[in-house]
Structure formats: C-alpha cells, structure tokens
Design a protein around this ligand. Sequence first.
Ligand SMILES: Cc1cc2nc3c(=O)[nH]c(=O)nc-3n(C[C@H](O)[C@H](O)[C@H](O)COP(=O)(O)OP(=O)(O)OC[C@H]3O[C@@H](n4cnc5c(N)ncnc54)[C@H](O)[C@@H]3O)c2cc1C
Length: 440
Amino acid sequence: MSKAKLEYDSLPYPTVVVVGGGFAGLEIIQGLNGKPYKVLLLDKQNHHCFQPLLYQVATASLSADSIAHPFRRTIAPMANVAFRMCTVQRVDPPAKLIHTDRGDVPYDILIIATGSTTNFFGNHRMEQEAMQLKSISQALDIRSDFLQDFEAALYAQDEAGQRRCLNFIIVGAGPTGVEMAGALAEIRRTVLKREYRELDSDRMQIWLVDSNERVLKSFSEKSSAHALGYLESMGVNVKLGARVASYDGEVVNFQDGSTMEANTLLWAAGVKGVLIPGLEAGEVPKANRYGVDRFNQINGLPDVYALGDVALMSEGQWERGHPQVAPAAIQQAQLLVKNVIRKSKGEAMTPFTYTDKGSMATIGRYKAVVDAGNLHFGGLIAWLGWMFVHLMALVGYRNRLQVLMGWAWKYMSWKNTIRLIIRPYVRRTVQQAVEVPESA
Ligand SMILES: Cc1cc2nc3c(=O)[nH]c(=O)nc-3n(C[C@H](O)[C@H](O)[C@H](O)COP(=O)(O)OP(=O)(O)OC[C@H]3O[C@@H](n4cnc5c(N)ncnc54)[C@H](O)[C@@H]3O)c2cc1C
C-alpha cells in the first residue's frame, strides 16, 4: 500500500464527501486542500468537463481532451483529498451513508454538486430521438452525427433526401443554441462549401427555434437584438414564438400544426437538477433542484449541502434561484468552504450573496455579445473578451495551451479541423432495435 494512501486513511479528521467534480465540486476540494478534513470526491466520470466549450468539441473546433481534466491529476498533490469513480445512487441521511454502484461510503459532511441534465419535460420520444449537449460523449455524438449527415447527403436519391440530411434544427435559443447555430453556419460557409464540392451548400439549413419572442432571453434586450442580427447575417433561420410538439427522428411537428423534415434535432431548451434518491425532503419539485438556505444547507437535512446547478437558493433579486452558470457554482463553493471551517470552530457562518459579473455568448468569428452591468456591447472586443475569459477559466495549463493553439489554427486556416468520425453515432432507437432481446 502506498505511503499516500496510508496517510490519507489514517487522517484523524471528519470526512467531507463531495459528490460531483464540476465547477462547484472542484472549487470545494481546492478550498479544503490542506485543511483538517478528509475529503473524498465521488464522480461518475474520471474527469472535470469544461461545459462552456462543449459546443466547440461538437462542431469539430476543439479536441475533447482540451476541455477535460482528469481528477487524479488535480488531486495528486492534495494529501487530504481522495477520488473514487462511481455513481451515487442513494443517500441515507439518518445513517450518514452514501450508496454507490461500487459500495457504501460514510460521511460526516455531505456536499451535493451533481449539476444539471437536459430537461425534456417528460417528452420521452424526444429524449430518445434528439441530440443533447451536456457531456463530452454527447458532444462527440453530435460531431459524428453532422459529419455522417454530410456524407449521407452525397448518397441521397433526390433533393428532398439531401435537404433532410442537411437540415439541422436546434431547439432553445439560449447561449448553447445560439453558439451551436453560429458554429454550424460557419461550417456551412467554410467546410461544406470548400470540401463537399458536389453538394449545394445552400441545401444545408440551420433552424434555431424557441417559444420565446427573442434569442438569449436571459440577456439584455440590446444583446438579444445584436445576437439575432448576427445569426441572420450568417444565414441561420431563427424561428421565434414557435413551440416544438414532437419529433420522431425524421419529422418535427410544431404546435401550430406545421412540420419540418430533419435527420438532426438538438434539444437545448432546458435543464433540470440531478437529484439523488434519499434527499427528497429537500427537493423543490417544480424547480427540480434542492431548496437550500443562505449557507447552502439543504432544507431540513443537517450536514448535507447542495450547490451549483442543483441548488435553489432564494436571495435578494434571485427569488427564484441563481442562474445555472459556472460563476454561481464557484462563488457558492468558495463561501461554503469558509462556512464549513467557521462552523467547525463554533463561529458564525456568512450568508451567501451572488455577485453577477455579467453574461457573454459568442456567435461566430468577431461576433459575440457581452452584458456587464449597464454595459452591453458586441463585435470584436466582445469576441476577444469571450475568448480570454473562457481561456483563463479552463482547468490546467495544458488545456489552456491546447485551446489557444486550436483557436489560432482554426482562425488562421478558416477550418474546423477535427472532423473525424472515430466513433460513429447510432441513433438510440436504432441501437435498441438491433439489440438482441434477453430471451433470444
Ligand atoms: C453546453 C453548455 C454551455 C454552457 N456555457 C456556459 C457559459 O458559457 N458560462 C457559464 O457560466 N456557464 C455555462 N454553462 C453552465 C455551466 O457549465 C454550469 O452552470 C456548471 O457546470 C454547473 O456546475 P456544477 O458544479 O453545479 O455542475 P457540473 O459542472 O455539471 O458538474 C456535475 C458533476 O457531477 C457529476 N455527477 C452527476 N451525478 C452524479 C452521480 N449520481 N454520481 C456521481 N457523480 C455525478 C457529473 O459527472 C459532473 O462531473 C454551460 C453548460 C452547458 C451544458
């Protein structure tokens, strides 16, 4: 047994278990590093994923490993922190026990930072047929899918078939939808036009659909209008005030009775917190998040905290909870670390107040929008600002360098270069159809 393991096991400290190594969880373990706690990070993945750049992996601008960072590399120098890869299945608060797919784990303090997942609002067929963008494997699915569609279009028998292959529908005009639509529009203008010469690139249509009346609803009206102008100038069809009712993998039905044929629909129209059985006492069902007090403790569950996307804290202007974004997760984690230490010393804890530093989204080359306080601007400065902020927020110097190089290459060559179908995407319904039934 290694010296490091012996040292960790014999630490005479209370055990803090952190479930989820996203923005919130990672900040917690960094804050508790070197403090008198035995910290155990549990995550179903072996890496942290920088979700804000997932769309660039999905659209072949960045490689997957440039936006992911292995937990073991992060915790290697942290003597009081350990990591176990597992899926947490249930928590038993009275017994202070966590049940995972790899066994049980006891805790003194439990911190839930499980983030959020795509919300299909109970539409199971949509969940089966639509693509989503919350993880690296889903980003790689999207990358394979659009490249496979380009190749398939060359075999289509007629124009209608070709158009179906090249019709991309994105539901949800929030930052993810807007960024994906812009990136696909750039691919049409560069890659499709230059490298798929037998195809008429105008047959590729990108639709950005939202039931709201404007794109980027959470941004200022000025930035929304700015973003809409960018999208339209890039040839994206923006369909606002339109609600998607169903999708069967080939045809999208809208609530107003209209239809559209498309092989690909990306659902980016909502998220819901990843809740863990056993903690129902703290759930706010309508919000799909855990109700927490100003110290991030889950309502009614002592020594159990939740933070980040999965937590719903009512505070100041944020009556219905903070936005589900990285800064909220990070700020909550930074204060929670201090409060856990204060509480153990018998000192008073400090209530959380969110500092909103603004929002930014990028639509394409030189096209981005920034809301910062009363400042709302777009264009080159906003685009450079967006790149700088995202570069600095990445975990690890290697990832920063890799992303910087990736962007430099892309913007100099005008190409999305990582266009490899390494793991072909097979639709879930097709996968299920070819699965051999157990009885066979
Ligand atoms: C495509 C996309 C683009 C985004 N762009 C931006 C942006 O530009 N700016 C911004 O501020 N925010 C952005 N966000 C939102 C931001 O990424 C989230 O707000 C942030 O990741 C929340 O952090 P978190 O720590 O709460 O959860 P996450 O970062 O989601 O981490 C949750 C972790 O919990 C683990 N986990 C979940 N369930 C279990 C379980 N049962 N057992 C074990 N482990 C589990 C997961 O594997 C994951 O590692 C974006 C999100 C997406 C999806």
